[in-house]
Design a protein around this ligand. Structure first.
Ligand code: SF4
Length: 176
């Protein structure tokens, strides 16, 4: 009986250690799904195959790239913007990047320290902060409320958006 009393704690210790190792290996093994664009030491770049979708949040998006830092278990969404960086921060691009950070964090269960807007002349880092998380949550709540409204006013003053809009001929707020 004394031997059994010693063996059981030892077995529990071994099982616990194995579970810890398995959990560590599993976390390190989680990778974004997509075409592997580049592997360089502990850095892996991916091009997502399709939309990242969170059904419960009714949110979807597809960044141009994902940069995985395997040693830190972090993944960074990247969006390429084919123009020069603006003089003032682009709120729309920043908000879109917040959504990408949220999607990557939730879907791949990895820390997302920031996202990267890759302009033609400059890389701009958008930190994934509690403030940006709250701003995204507030925006999504407002969008869901307005999605149920019967009439919603235009939210921009950009003629080029209206010019490319498929309902501009019948829209009473079109700018062109
Ligand atoms: S034409 Fe109307 S619906 Fe289309 S983008 Fe402009 S304001 Fe929005």
């Amino acid at each position: 009986m004394a031997a059994a009393g010693q063996i059981i704690p030892l077995l529990l210790f071994v099982i616990g250690a194995l579970l810890l190792i398995a959990s560590y290996r599993l976390t390190r093994a989680i990778r974004p799904t997509g075409h592997v664009d580049q592997v360089d030491g502990d850095t892996e770049a991916y091009v997502p195959h399709g939309l990242l979708i969170l059904v419960e949040d009714r949110l979807a998006g597809q960044p141009h790239g994902l940069l995985r830092l395997a040693d830190r278990q972090q993944t960074i969404p990247i969006q390429v913007i084919d123009r020069a960086s603006p003089a003032v921060p682009d709120q729309v691009a920043g908000c879109q990047m917040s959504a990408f950070c949220y999607l990557v964090e939730a879907i791949y269960d990895q820390e997302v320290p920031y996202g990267m807007l890759r302009y033609a002349d400059l890389d701009v880092q958008i930190d994934w902060t509690p403030e940006n998380r709250q701003a995204l949550a507030d925006l999504l709540s407002e969008m869901r409320l307005q999605a149920e409204a019967s009439n919603v006013d235009r939210s921009h003053n950009t003629p080029s958006i209206c010019a490319a809009c498929i309902v501009k001929e019948v829209c009473d707020q079109a700018l062109v």
